[in-house]
Design a protein around this ligand. Structure first.
Ligand SMILES: NC(=O)c1ccc[n+]([C@@H]2O[C@H](COP(=O)([O-])OP(=O)(O)OC[C@H]3O[C@@H](n4cnc5c(N)ncnc54)[C@H](OP(=O)(O)O)[C@@H]3O)[C@@H](O)[C@H]2O)c1
Length: 388
């Protein structure tokens, strides 16, 4: 029996993880859950999965929850410290890191520093502090298993091969809902349009990141640290159908990839059961019926966020954390209709230009850059014209 903690249990990845757990009650036991402020969903999850400890980052929501579950055997913690406590809960074998954004950095790090194995969906902490996180993982004997479908595909395509034989990895990207739109039409994109992803059902922030191609940029940086590969060996191709989840090309010309219907339960289950596979009974992948798979080079002029992420990775130091923070702030504002879709890359670029490199040797250094970048992006946004 594997004992599981889920950070971000009320979100899209959290729900898919609980779905896998519910299918295999003889394999998994939920011991801890954590989320932001959704006490209603968390209460339902407590009643179904009976964790020993839960946390909400919002103290008000945690107070409401305590009032409703006080007859149950569960401890309700609150705030960032509560989340970190759940992440390092002693009777746990695997922590699923699925909070959205930089808010997941401290809890995920807390799990690593307590020596818990980690399955990582929450890519933003890897973007902000990938090198430091991997150093901590090495120090504490922790393996970080990828959940992101692209990274899971790369992980699976590397199994049984020598890393030194890799020529490059290629991350596939659906291209999002606006791939074939004219550049001028992007000026009038609304949050509702951007939230309609062609292939995946996901949380709001990653869906907007997919529409701007920032998600792929964040994934390039994530791949850099997850697989310890240099930037020159990480490429991106647009693959509209999201059937090939990424590829690894070897020095002899062999290209190995992992395919499947777009369903996050597959990579989640692989990370949870590694090295075993368990039957999830998805529909058969009938390539004859699918007929054709299409590929295009990414258009970084129309979607500058991908290039900005490569620039941030190449620039190093606090630039990836700056990129991530500015993106979080800009996406949040776009979702609230405060800035236009095309203002997202503008805000990120200007925040990155304002950054003066400082050495980053601790997580606190990273968090300082993160806070500075958020303040700077907020200031820059004041100069953006609000969408009509
Ligand atoms: N969805 C996918 O298919 C997918 C695929 C690959 C990677 N990912 C990555 O996985 C992560 C989660 O994505 P998602 O789509 O599941 O997002 P989501 O549906 O928006 O869920 C986000 C989760 O994070 C929690 N949360 C938000 N702010 C928090 C805070 N300050 N403190 C603690 N918890 C907080 C939310 O809690 P409340 O509900 O209480 O606010 C919720 O449980 C992201 O990093 C994303 O890039 C997602």
């Amino acid at each position: 029996m594997k004992r599981i903690v889920i950070l971000g249990s009320t979100g899209s990845i959290g729900a898919s993880t609980l779905d896998v757990v519910a299918k295999f009650p003889d394999r998994f036991q939920i011991v801890g859950l954590a989320a932001g402020s959704n006490d209603q969903i968390l209460e339902d999850q407590i009643r179904t999965f009976q964790p020993k400890v839960v946390a909400l980052s919002s103290p008000t929501a945690a107070k409401r929850l305590r009032g409703r579950v006080n007859t149950l055997q569960v401890e309700v913690l609150e705030g960032e410290s509560g989340l970190c406590e759940v992440a390092r809960f002693p009777e746990c074998d695997l922590v699923i890191s699925a909070i959205v954004g930089g808010a997941g950095l401290k809890p995920t790090l807390s799990a690593i520093q307590a020596g818990r194995q980690v399955a990582l969906a929450n890519k933003e902490p890897m973007v902000m502090a990938g090198q430091l996180m991997q150093q901590e993982a090495l120090k504490h004997g922790v393996t970080i298993f990828p959940i992101d479908s692209e990274h899971s595909a790369i992980f699976q395509s590397m199994e049984g091969h020598r890393k030194t034989d890799i020529r490059r990895v290629v991350l596939t990207a659906s291209g999002g809902p606006f791939w074939d739109w004219a550049a001028t039409d992007l000026e009038h994109v609304t949050p509702e349009q951007a939230l309609k992803h062609p292939n995946w059902e996901m949380g709001n922030k990653i869906t907007i990141d997919s529409a701007s191609l920032m998600n792929k940029g964040l994934e390039v940086i994530e791949a850099r640290w997850l697989f310890d590969l240099p930037i020159e060996q990480i490429d991106v191709v647009i693959h509209r159908e999201s059937i090939i989840h990424s590829l690894v090309e070897y020095c002899d010309g062999s290209v190995i990839s992992q395919l499947g219907h777009p369903d996050m339960r597959t990579p989640i289950s692989y990370a949870m059961n590694y090295p075993e596979r368990v039957p999830l009974h998805p529909p058969v992948l009938d390539l004859g019926k699918i007929g054709k798979l299409t590929f295009f080079p990414p258009d970084t002029e129309k979607f500058p966020c991908l290039q900005l992420a490569y620039n941030a990775l190449a620039g190093g130091a606090g630039l990836p954390a700056t990129l991530n923070a500015a993106n979080e702030v800009a996406v949040h504002a776009f979702l609230k209709n405060q800035i236009a879709f095309l203002a997202i890359p503008k805000v990120i670029q200007e925040t990155m230009t304002a950054y003066s490199p400082t050495p980053l040797s601790t997580i606190d250094d990273v968090l300082e850059v993160d806070q500075w970048a958020r303040r700077t992006a907020e200031e820059i946004m004041k100069t953006c014209v609000a969408p009509v």
